[in-house]
Ligand binder design. Structure first.
Ligand code: GTP
Ligand code: SPV
Ligand code: MN
Length: 586
């Protein structure tokens, strides 16, 4: 008798017709084989073995350097189930479209079967997946990003308790590129891309889109959130989860070196991109990081902004689309050193300043989480960590204050649902365009977003010790286009204010959008910031917010009757408060 996994592998092989099938055990030795094969095929090159031991550089096709949202589909029986914010295709049409691309796509190639665990190995919250791929770069990356190999295979055994994901490079042709999700049968098909979130199927495809679907029906949450622990001077650690859109600061916040370390405030990293949160028996919301590595944005990363990851990256890491020096060391814009002479850019060409950025703006590193000096002793804890604060945020050059607190869970859900952010290089398309991105999940919600809001609303009352919900904005700019807030390690000042709010120690002013710190309640010692800049950072302009509230109302209208009544009520209540204060201001 063959197992469900064997059957699916066989079925996939019949379709893609590989010359060989290799089952991955995740071992050191096997990985060496993949790396050697990738070096031999010129897909990876080795970096300086004395300064960056076992580090490699991969250059992706120039048409394949970011997530492709326009060809990412949620394939449910009805379009309503996918909702107005997702691309939709019926499962039949999606399969009819992709099957011919998969057919014989692995002819002359090897098919790798990579079983993996999302979450700590023995956690009741963990889930199992298997990725079939013809890319060894994907296998080597999945080995860093998830617990890939033998233990996963053992846990799957003869059960059908795993999420299958079939991935084929299929010539890396943007015209034949699709990332298809079939949440009703918990299946993923991805063709035509070898890049990050399109190809590492355990990440966005499973851990957010498919897991989100599971989470809704099973009563938990799968979110695009970092998880961090903030230690206070007494040694107590308070855990927080934060949802910012792609390339908006999750990795940097999760790994920060606190500027208040001498006062006893320190930050530990549990996760940098995805949080799975369950209601535990003790009435807390417990978060695990389903991932085992960081797939982080390289540009802007340096010894000042993120010394922890800079240390982690000195061995056993894969760099993608960064530039490389003649000494075979990685380089990117904002690394903190001038571009070395003879720099080779991400395309593999000799770089000169007139050629634009040497590293692709979405160039990334892939590195095991355990290599970070900031890693929390609980990051691999099967029980997860109890979350006391949920933080939403995005890039808003104007409008949103540095931080504000929601009044209660329902209002907090509304704050998340009304998030917007300027687009970044993490996805293909225009950069710097403000778009609605509820809970930073616009590209990652595997079902109708109105129902997702409903799920959030329903979760709160079930959590006895529900987290407080905040909103932050590190990206507010002054009239000259300069960031008003220094960001990075200085962000701990905002985390400390949240902690003080949780403990009932810090003051706040009521505004129409929520509770904003009084200037005195922020710990600003050692920071040189003008009173004018601080006032601007904390300013809530009712007229601007009224305009914003019209934009959110328009966005919510897309969902019609499916929008939860509580969201509509919050929307109306906010508009009323704003109208009142605009009148008062006149
Ligand atoms: P994904 O991995 O795409 O989901 O992104 P992320 O949210 O983890 O983003 P990341 O932390 O990698 O930050 C992306 C970019 O924002 C980098 O270029 C950072 O340098 C920049 N950035 C991060 N934190 C801050 C901050 O506090 N202030 C400013 N001004 N920039 C920041
Ligand atoms: C993101 O775009 O939010 C990422 C990178 O974290 S990717 O895995 O490519 O989606
Ligand atoms: Mn992300």
């Amino acid at each position: 008798m063959s197992t469900p996994l064997e059957n699916w592998v066989e079925e996939s092989a019949r379709l893609t017709n590989p010359d060989h099938i290799v089952w991955c055990d995740g071992s050191e030795e096997e990985n060496r084989g993949h790396i050697n094969g990738l070096l031999h095929d010129g897909i990876l090159t080795e970096l300086n073995p004395s300064t960056y031991p076992r580090c490699y550089l991969g250059r992706r096709n120039q048409n394949d350097v970011a997530r492709s949202e326009s060809v990412t589909f949620i394939c449910t029986r009805t379009q309503d189930e996918a909702g107005p914010t997702n691309n939709w295709m019926s499962p039949e049409d999606a399969k009819a479209k992709v099957r011919p691309i998969l057919e014989n796509s692995m002819k002359g190639r090897t098919m790798y079967v990579a079983p993996y665990i999302l979450g700590p190995e023995n956690s009741p919250y963990s889930r199992l997946g298997v990725e079939i791929t013809d890319s060894r770069y994907v296998v080597a990356s999945m080995r860093i990003m998830s617990r890939m190999g033998k233990a996963a295979l053992q846990r799957i055994g003869s059960t059908d308790n795993f999420v299958p994901g079939l991935h084929a490079l299929a010539g890396v042709d943007p015209e034949r590129r699709f990332v298809m999700h079939f949440p009703e049968e918990k299946l993923i098909w991805s063709v035509g891309s070898g890049y990050g979130g399109n190809a590492l199927l355990g990440k966005k495809c499973f851990a957010l889109r498919i897991a989100g679907w599971m989470a809704r029906s099973e009563g938990w949450m799968a979110e695009h959130m970092l998880i961090l622990g903030l230690e206070d001077p007494t040694g107590k650690v308070t855990y927080m989860a934060a949802a910012f859109p792609s390339a908006c600061g999750k990795t940097n916040l999760a790994m920060m070196v606190s500027v208040l370390e001498s006062e006893g405030y320190r930050v530990f990293t549990v996760g940098d991109d995805i949080a799975w949160m369950h209601i535990a028996n003790d009435g807390t919301l417990r978060a695990i990081n389903p991932e085992a590595g960081f797939f982080g944005v390289a540009p802007g990363t340096n010894m000042q902004t993120n010394p922890n990851v800079m240390a982690a990256l000195r061995h056993d890491a894969i760099f993608t689309n960064v530039a490389v020096s003649p000494a075979l060391e990685p380089w990117w814009e904002g690394i903190g050193t001038p571009p070395p002479a003879g720099l080779i850019d991400w395309k593999g060409e000799k770089w000169s300043p007139d050629k634009g950025p040497a590293a692709h703006p979405n160039s990334r590193y892939t590195v095991p989480a355990r290599q970070s000096p900031s890693i929390s002793p609980h990051w691999d804890d099967p029980a997860g960590v109890p979350i006391s604060a949920i933080i939403f945020g995005g890039r808003r050059a104007r409008l949103a204050p540095l931080v504000y607190e929601s009044r209660d869970w329902q209002h907090g859900v509304f704050v998340g649902a009304t998030m917007a952010s300027e687009t970044t290089a993490a996805a293909t398309g225009a950069v710097g365009v403000t778009r609605r991105d509820p809970m930073a999940m616009l590209p990652f919600c595997g079902y109708n977003m109105a129902d997702y809001f409903g799920h959030w609303l329903a979760m709160g009352p079930k959590i006895k010790h529900a987290p407080k919900i905040f909103h932050v904005n590190w990206f507010r700019k002054d009239a000259n286009g300069k960031f008003l807030w220094p960001g990075y390690g200085e962000n701990v000042r905002v985390l400390k204010w949240m902690l003080d709010r949780i403990e009932g120690r810090a003051a706040a002013n009521e505004t129409p959008i929520g509770l904003v710190p009084t200037p005195e309640s922020l710990t600003l010692d050692g920071l040189s910031i003008s009173r004018g800049a601080l006032d601007e950072l904390l300013r809530v302009d009712p007229a601007d917010w009224l305009e914003e509230s019209r934009a959110t109302a328009e966005f919510f209208a897309k969902f019609g009757d499916r929008l939860p009544a509580a969201i509509r009520q919050e929307q109306e209540a906010l508009a009323t408060r704003l109208q009142r204060s605009t009148v008062a201001a006149k």
